[in-house]
Design a protein around this ligand. Structure first.
Ligand code: MG
Length: 254
């Protein structure tokens, strides 16, 4: 069942989302070669806790990090580690959840570490742009498949593949609510969108084949072919005539 949030709940979602945006403000320009993925997570966790929020992923299903930090061919669910050192040319995705007053903001950005290859930069740009392409279809009366299809077409027409094993999701007082939001599908299918639905839309895009395997740590999902992957996500609310993004950093310019 897809939960319709009341105006009061949407206000709480905005407050939680704002905390996530503040995390991206703190990370932007501050991820450098030589830092560990734990250093990155610590910056994020401090912002979350200073805002009086809780890092949603910490302890979720037994996850041991405050946020997920995934490097290069790692797609999602990378566990922050003091041993994992970022190197010049890496791309690193930071997936952030913040729970405030019982409601959750969930979003992800992928950052360039130092100077990156053109192909890495293009993957990051296309992944982000595919989110905006998908979300541009969100309005009451649209079908969820319209969003999924738009993301798929945008990425595949540029030579990338869409990861199948992970999807976006409804978000609210629980991290994962109905519906599942695949980044591929048919337009004109799926649930009808309604005002007050809160959705985490999150393209996960691969440079090579979309097949993924999970590391022995039980969490880190990485590309089977070892090629780059990228992740971009925002939590949004369906509004009367479109959508509003809940998790943008104040400095970001969308
Ligand atoms: Mg998510």
């Amino acid at each position: 069942m897809i939960i319709i949030k009341s105006p009061r709940e949407v206000e709480l979602m905005k407050k939680a989302g704002h905390v996530v945006g503040e995390v991206f403000n703190a990370l932007e320009g501050n991820i450098h070669p030589g830092m560990s993925t734990l250093d990155v997570a610590n910056i994020a966790e401090k912002v979350i806790r200073d805002a009086g929020a809780y890092p949603t992923f910490l302890g979720y299903g037994g996850f041991s990090g405050a946020v997920c930090v995934s490097v290069n061919d790692e797609v999602v669910h990378g566990i922050p580690s003091s041993h994992r050192i970022l190197r010049e040319g890496d791309i690193v995705s930071v997936d952030v959840g913040a729970t405030l007053d019982g409601y959750i903001g969930d979003a992800c950005r992928t950052y360039l570490v130092g100077i990156c290859s053109e192909k890495a930069k293009r993957l990051v740009e296309v992944t982000e742009a595919s989110f905006w392409e998908g979300v541009s279809h969100v309005r009451p009366g649209a079908r969820l498949g319209d969003v999924s299809h738009a993301i798929q077409v945008y990425c595949e027409s540029r030579g990338y593949s869409i990861i199948r094993d992970y999807t976006g999701h409804g978000v609210g007082s629980h991290l994962h609510e109905d519906p599942y939001i695949p980044n591929y599908g048919q337009a004109g299918t799926g649930p009808v969108l309604k005002e007050g639905m809160c959705l985490a839309i999150e393209p996960m895009v691969a440079e090579g084949h979309f097949a993924v395997r999970v590391n022995k740590d039980g969490w880190t999902a990485r590309m089977k072919d070892g090629k780059l992957s990228c992740h971009y996500e925002n939590s949004i609310v369906v509004t009367k005539d479109g959508y509003e993004v809940l998790t943008m950093a104040p400095k970001e310019d969308k």
